[in-house]
Design a protein around this ligand. Structure first.
Ligand code: BTN
Length: 242
């Protein structure tokens, strides 16, 4: 699946590096930017990605020509692939999707995903994934421990990073082929794993906030919120749980 690997012991951000490569022109198949550690990992919006060595951090640069309206589906599909790959190595079924594309394990964030469209080359897609694997959060600040987790803390042992990486890439290859098709299996899988369904949430859309009870994810990948004015599909935003 992956045709080229751009490996770094330390880099500022694998997403930044992937966008730089994208400026260079077309790809000869999927390209993996992989780093042992990042000094300036990017997150969605104003988020940063904070992780000690032992996390899996990479960006997959692929040809896609993905139309904007398929972005919510792509995010969820990448998140689903991460859930499935982690469950394979961990052998427990406890991964959930927090719309639009975080992966949670036992109510705490295990993985963050940042998908970017290179402006210089919009036919490509940069899929950035960070997964807390061997970077135990045991001595992290209390506020981080309350909201995030690492696979080694959940399982009580460390994992072989290359095995996890291979599993995620295999799952991504399989699932990414489904985006854009009318794929009911994919939709069922997002819904089964949705952490927010039937919970009270507030979605920050940037221009305004939508508050209400989450009624799941619709066929287009939008989060559906029941508000006093009716059902409102949200296509992009960040969610706070109540
Ligand atoms: C988020 O939680 O808001 C998304 C975090 C995404 C982090 C990953 S780590 C690998 C890739 N490179 C980056 O700079 N960010 C993504």
């Amino acid at each position: 699946f992956v045709r080229q690997v751009d490996f770094h012991r330390t880099i500022d951000s694998t997403n930044r590096r992937a966008l730089e490569i994208a400026r260079g022109g077309s790809l000869d198949g999927p390209l993996l930017v992989l780093a042992e550690s990042q000094t300036d990992g990017r997150g969605r919006g104003t988020n940063r990605w904070w992780a000690r060595p032992g996390a899996l951090t990479f960006t997959l640069l692929i040809d896609s020509n993905l139309p904007q309206r398929r972005f919510p589906q792509a995010s969820l599909t990448v998140g689903l692939a991460v859930c499935e790959a982690i469950e394979e190595v961990h052998q427990r079924s406890d991964m959930q999707l927090k719309w639009p594309n975080d992966v949670y394990c036992r109510q705490r964030k295990l993985s963050g995903i940042l998908i970017e469209l290179p402006l210089s080359n919009p036919g490509l897609l940069a899929i950035g994934i960070g997964i807390n694997i061997n970077n135990s959060l045991g001595d992290a600040p209390a506020e981080l421990q309350a909201t995030a987790t690492a696979l080694c803390d959940v399982a009580g042992h460390r994992f072989e990073l290359t095995e996890v990486l291979t599993g995620v890439l295999n799952r991504l290859q399989y699932r990414l082929e489904c985006i854009g098709r009318h794929d009911d299996e994919l939709r069922t899988k997002w819904r089964e794993r949705c952490l927010l369904t039937d919970r009270n949430v507030q979605v920050d859309l940037g221009t305004r906030k939508v508050a209400g009870r989450c009624r799941g994810i619709d066929d287009d990948g939008a989060l559906v919120i029941e508000t006093p004015a009716g059902l409102e599909p949200c296509f992009a935003g960040s969610v706070t749980l109540f």
